[in-house]
Design a protein around this ligand. Structure first.
Ligand code: 4NP
Length: 143
């Protein structure tokens, strides 16, 4: 199983989703951003610091841009909000049927419909709480 997490910048939510989920799974994980602004950069400093306080290390992760080839490289693509899902679907190749889901669809203990972007909200701990819940739900579905 190969799972790709996608957000806008690939420096806050999707690297966090990857960094949290990879600790729980034998699936192959990666993350990407629909925008190319931060390509090559590590996760955002305040995001890494909040994660470090919970024992995660995201420092090896580097941003890259989502591309149409990702539909053929992954078994499951997971966006963080409705805008991500639209931007992902816009690149789907004809005939490709890779499932594209919102991460919050998997959250057992939250009725949020999106992962709010902590780059704007500054609530890095709230984002990690929700991401951990979504990741546990995903683990229970795909292992
Ligand atoms: P992310 O957050 O999509 O969760 O990585 C963002 C990070 C940076 C920007 C936007 C969103 N930005 O505009 O630079």
């Amino acid at each position: 199983m190969k799972v790709l997490f996608v957000c806008l910048g690939n420096i806050c939510r999707s690297p966090s989703a990857e960094g949290v989920f990879r600790e729980m799974t034998s699936a192959t994980t990666d993350s990407a951003g629909t925008a190319g602004w931060h390509v090559g950069k590590p996760p955002y400093g305040p995001m890494q610091e909040a994660a470090q306080r919970r024992g995660y290390d995201f420092s090896d992760l580097r941003a890259r841009q989502f591309s149409t080839q990702d539909f053929d490289r992954f078994d499951l693509i997971i966006g963080m909000d409705a805008s991500n899902l639209d931007d992902i679907e816009a690149l789907r190749p004809a005939g490709n049927e890779t499932p594209v889901k919102c991460f919050t669809d998997y959250a057992p203990n939250s009725d949020m419909s999106e992962v709010p972007d902590p780059y704007y909200t500054r609530d890095f701990d709230g984002a990690l709480d929700l991401i951990e819940d979504c990741a546990r739900g995903l683990k229970s579905e795909i292992g």
